[in-house]
Design a binder for this molecule. Structure first.
Ligand SMILES: Nc1ncnc2c1ncn2[C@@H]1O[C@H](COP(=O)(O)OP(=O)(O)O)[C@@H](O)[C@H]1O
Ligand SMILES: O=P(O)(O)OC[C@H]1O[C@H](OP(=O)(O)OP(=O)(O)O)[C@H](O)[C@@H]1O
Length: 181
């Protein structure tokens, strides 16, 4: 079986990264999502993640448990090395990444694509408020970060997620045909 692609899903907070990833996985068995390790309280909700303490995260990092790790929003995030098994099984693996680690991800994964999701600022604000995971001050901080650039020279597929989730799923599946790089 051919090794799958590592698909880095990026975009501003609230754009719909986790929702699009879950919908793609539900719509097409070719896709698998990465369960991230995060120093976020276990009951925060949203995506399915492994909640760990700062100490636990540091220990995992030192032991080489992560293919990629980074810090953002006052949290630490890790992509478990088990992602290699998902890729070896032939899955196109979707991982919610910081735009700041894309270059490192490209070096780490030979078959690498960036899925950049977009939506207007007004939609982001509305969705973050609707999600209800962060308070108003944290939402404000996340909105300020929305213009963070994607480094140049990467293979990027840009898809608008301001409309219906089904339309986004169809657009991504069309753009990521199995035969394409
Ligand atoms: N296409 C969409 N249409 C309507 N609501 C959406 C859409 N995509 C995501 N949402 C909602 O927007 C909020 C933020 O989505 P989420 O997937 O958590 O974004 P991100 O992971 O990029 O921060 C959630 O409440 C989610 O249900
Ligand atoms: O460097 P950036 O591209 O701005 O990304 C910063 C962080 O934001 C997202 O995290 P998280 O999923 O916790 O937040 P979100 O759902 O609000 O986007 C993303 O996965 C990064 O960890």
């Amino acid at each position: 079986m051919d090794r799958g692609r590592f698909i880095a899903v990026v975009g501003p907070s609230g754009v719909g990264k986790d929702s699009v990833m879950a919908a793609l996985e539900a719509a097409d068995p070719r896709f698998a999502t990465v369960r991230r390790v995060i120093t976020r309280a276990p009951e925060a909700g949203g995506e399915d993640y492994e909640a760990v303490s700062e100490t636990g995260f540091a220990r995992m990092e030192a032991e080489g448990a992560f293919a990629l790790s980074w810090r953002a929003h006052g949290l630490a995030y890790g992509i478990p090395v088990a992602v290699e098994q998902q890729l070896a099984q032939g899955h196109d693996v979707l991982a919610n990444l910081s735009r700041g680690v894309l270059r490192a991800a490209q070096l780490r994964f030979p078959r690498f694509v960036v899925l950049s999701l977009t939506a207007p600022a007004s939609v982001l604000a509305q969705r973050l408020a609707g999600r209800g995971r962060e308070d108003a001050a944290e939402i404000e901080r996340r909105l300020k970060r929305s213009g963070f650039p994607i480094p140049g020279g990467l293979p990027v597929i840009e898809v608008d997620n301001s409309g219906a989730l089904d339309d986004t799923v169809a657009a991504v599946r069309a753009a990521l045909q199995p035969a394409s790089a």
